[in-house]
Write a protein that binds this ligand. Structure first.
Ligand SMILES: [Fe+2]
Ligand SMILES: [Fe+2]
Length: 142
């Protein structure tokens, strides 16, 4: 499983959120590298946990910014976040019971989800956020 390379199409133009996305991808890349090094199941499960905890914190921060800006797509966006968290948490429970291990399709799923979500729903939010910020600037009395 190859590492995710940061490209411009992942950039929202919101520095704080972009930095968080870089960190999530960094943690994903660490997990994928550990998988290639054939680290133990317990170590891989731990790395997945680290990545998921950071991702959950990022979702909370992103949703808070959406609420602050009055973003109309918040509810739908939150559903996408919740769906991923639920799936991965269910999978973590199965891992903890030793009924499954982290496999290539699991990494592929995570990579596909992350890239798809950032390039899609997050980039849409980035555009809306910049528009809202520009409108607020125009509306400000000089
Ligand atoms: Fe998001
Ligand atoms: Fe995001």
């Amino acid at each position: 499983m190859s590492a995710i390379v940061w490209k411009d199409d992942l950039e929202l133009g919101l520095p704080q959120i972009d930095e968080q996305h870089r960190r999530i991808i960094g943690r994903y890349n660490e997990l994928a590298a550990a998988y290639r090094r054939r680290e133990t199941d317990a170590e891989l499960a731990h790395r997945l946990g680290v990545m998921l905890d950071y991702t959950a914190a990022h979702f909370t921060a992103e949703e808070a910014l959406m609420a602050e800006l009055g973003y109309v797509g918040l509810a739908e966006h939150r559903e996408e976040h919740q769906d991923l968290l639920q799936r991965v948490r269910r999978f973590q429970a199965v891992l903890a019971e030793g009924r499954q291990t982290i496999t290539l399709p699991v990494l592929q799923y995570l990579q596909h989800w992350l890239l798809g979500h950032i390039r899609g729903a997050d980039v849409d939010f980035g555009k809306a956020a910049r528009r809202i910020a520009a409108e607020a600037l125009v509306a400000q009395p000089s």
